[in-house]
Design a protein around this ligand. Structure first.
Ligand SMILES: Cc1cc2nc3c(=O)[nH]c(=O)nc-3n(C[C@H](O)[C@H](O)[C@H](O)COP(=O)(O)OP(=O)(O)OC[C@H]3O[C@@H](n4cnc5c(N)ncnc54)[C@H](O)[C@@H]3O)c2cc1C
Ligand code: FES
Ligand code: FES
Length: 487
């Protein structure tokens, strides 16, 4: 495969398709500036920038990104910043604000902030607020400096003019890169990474290799590589297929490509749904949202995935396609068969998600309960779609994550609420019914009793908010500067 690393074209010959970008950088490329902390996408020490052709750079976690995902793209590591020995403005700001002590986490912070710096310049921003900086570094942990000086450096970095143009500001001109997308981008003869450019090619590859693992953002699959040390014989990326990354309206149906990264979805949610926008802000970190997709969130079958309850509350359908090209739409409610078991069979893929305009326009609320605000998996997620007219509830959808082996609807509580007059007594009764209906388990994240109580609390909050006519504040989230985060 070919890609551009810090402005220079790289050709990778025979190579195990299960190699991560981080291992390549620190090993073959001998660029040790990028660190390994957790190897699971949680700490940000491995943050590098990745840009598809013609796209702006985005911060990603190199530790969980298969090297093949960088095929035909540009990658920048911290080594790219110090052209002519001068510090990059981000580095200078961290020095000026005392933003580093032991320094292990620092390259990751520098790269996360560099993505924000480069994209702020692209958008002509003069000033960055605290929220935008916090968003940009939401996937970075520092155990010794403390975040105040780092955030301060982020808010001041745009005021520092670059001493010399850095490689990130001067992208390399791309030489013609490998184009035969039916050939593996990487292979050692036993493990191959494919990056088809169309759904027709994807279907052909799935017909040849029905047991292949699909890769979208690799924010789940990457952990299979680094934590479970799984070796996949064939990995097939869906990340370079334009038809799977669309966001489009067809009549009164919204179609979202299964491989559209969350960051791209986030940039469109302001007009779509403020509750979804708020929720997405709490899904993983900026690095995770730059890579992760709804398709991966559904296909991994996790009971604690954030998007399935939202899509259940909206009565969404998903499109499953097989290797012969046959397409079928299924209600998401029929897709979960058991713990981490879905309707999607080997040799099939999810192409699109469909939501009706009517569902999007119904009042809705999504609440995530987790220990940390950012970059934390839900203990419980409540997603509610409720019609209320003249004090009476119409259609009701109550969906939850984290309370069963799969994302679920609480149909008994829905039945109790549908057609009833909203009152304090009804809310109390609905919460009791819900607690009897859900049977959450206890695990390392939360006890069964806590999950039940939290699920009921999210429902109570939704009913109280909607009953009182409280509108969610329609503000940009994080305030201002969004353009630079979502480019
Ligand atoms: C640090 C960290 C924080 C996280 N935080 C959250 C969080 O807050 N909330 C949350 O819900 N999740 C979270 N996750 C999990 C993960 O980011 C999401 O589940 C994400 O949506 C997965 O999407 P992906 O594109 O990265 O999937 P991948 O990892 O590429 O794939 C996941 C699975 O889906 C399959 N797959 C992918 N695309 C398709 C497709 N189109 N058709 C069929 N199968 C497909 C793959 O084969 C694989 O089995 C987090 C993960 C990490 C590492
Ligand atoms: S090493 Fe921790 S996120 Fe990659
Ligand atoms: S500077 Fe030491 S962990 Fe961040």
């Amino acid at each position: 495969m070919d890609f551009i690393l810090n402005g220079k074209q790289q050709q990778v010959g025979i190579c195990d398709a299960n190699l991560t970008l981080l291992d390549y950088l620190r090993g073959d490329a001998a660029m040790k500036g990028t660190k390994e902390g957790c190897a699971s996408g949680d700490c940000g020490a491995c943050t590098v920038l990745l840009a598809a052709p013609g796209q702006p750079p985005r911060a990603i976690n190199a530790c969980i990104t298969p090297l093949g995902s960088a095929a035909n793209k540009q990658v920048w590591t911290v080594e790219a910043l110090t052209g002519d020995g001068a510090l990059h403005p981000v580095q200078q700001a961290l020095v000026d604000c005392n933003g580093s002590q032991c320094g292990f986490c620092t390259p990751g912070f520098v790269m996360a902030l560099t993505a924000l710096y480069a994209n702020s310049q692209r958008c002509g921003l003069q000033q960055l607020d605290r929220d935008s900086v916090t968003d940009a570094i939401s996937g970075n942990l520092c155990r010794c400096t403390g975040y105040r000086p780092i955030v301060e450096a982020g808010t001041k970095m745009l005021q520092i003019a670059p001493a010399a143009p850095t490689l990130v500001q001067k992208p390399a001109s791309l030489q013609p890169l490998s184009t035969n997308s039916m050939q593996p981008q990487l292979s050692d003869g036993e493990h191959s990474f494919f990056q088809p450019a169309t759904e027709a090619e994807l279907q052909q590859l799935l017909a040849l290799y029905p047991q292949a693992a699909l890769v979208a953002g690799a924010t789940d699959l990457g952990l299979e590589l680094t934590q479970r040390h799984r070796q996949f014989a064939q990995l097939i990326s869906v990340g370079a297929i334009p038809s799977m990354a669309r966001f489009e309206w067809q009549d009164d149906q919204l179609l979202i490509g299964a491989a559209l990264p969350y960051t791209d979805l986030e940039s469109r949610t302001h007009e779509l749904s403020i509750p979804l926008k708020r929720l997405l802000h709490r899904l993983g970190s900026r690095q995770i949202r730059n890579q992760g997709t709804i398709g991966g969130n559904i296909a991994n079958g996790s009971p604690i995935a954030d998007m399935p309850p939202v899509l259940l509350a909206w009565d969404a359908d998903i499109e499953i396609v097989d290797s012969s090209g046959k397409r079928t739409w299924h209600p998401l409610s029929s897709v979960y068969l058991g713990y981490r078991l879905t309707l999607v069979q080997a040799g099939q893929y999810i192409a699109r998600i469909r939501i009706s305009r009517a569902a999007l326009e119904r009042p809705h609320r999504f609440y995530k309960v987790s220990k940390r605000f950012e970059d934390d998996i839900s203990a419980v997620l409540g997603a509610f779609s409720l019609e209320l007219a003249g004090g009476r509830l119409g259609a009701v959808r109550l969906a939850f994550g984290g309370v069963a082996a799969t994302p679920v609807r609480a149909t008994a509580t829905e039945a109790l609420l549908t057609g009833s007059t909203l009152s304090d007594a009804l809310i109390a009764s609905a919460c009791d019914t819900l607690k009897n209906e859900l049977k959450p388990i206890s695990d390392v994240r939360a006890s069964s009793a806590y999950r039940s109580e939290m699920a009921a609390n999210t429902l109570r909050r939704a009913l109280l908010e909607l009953g009182s006519g409280l509108e969610l504040e329609v503000h940009h989230y994080p305030a201002g500067n969004e353009a630079a985060l979502y480019v």
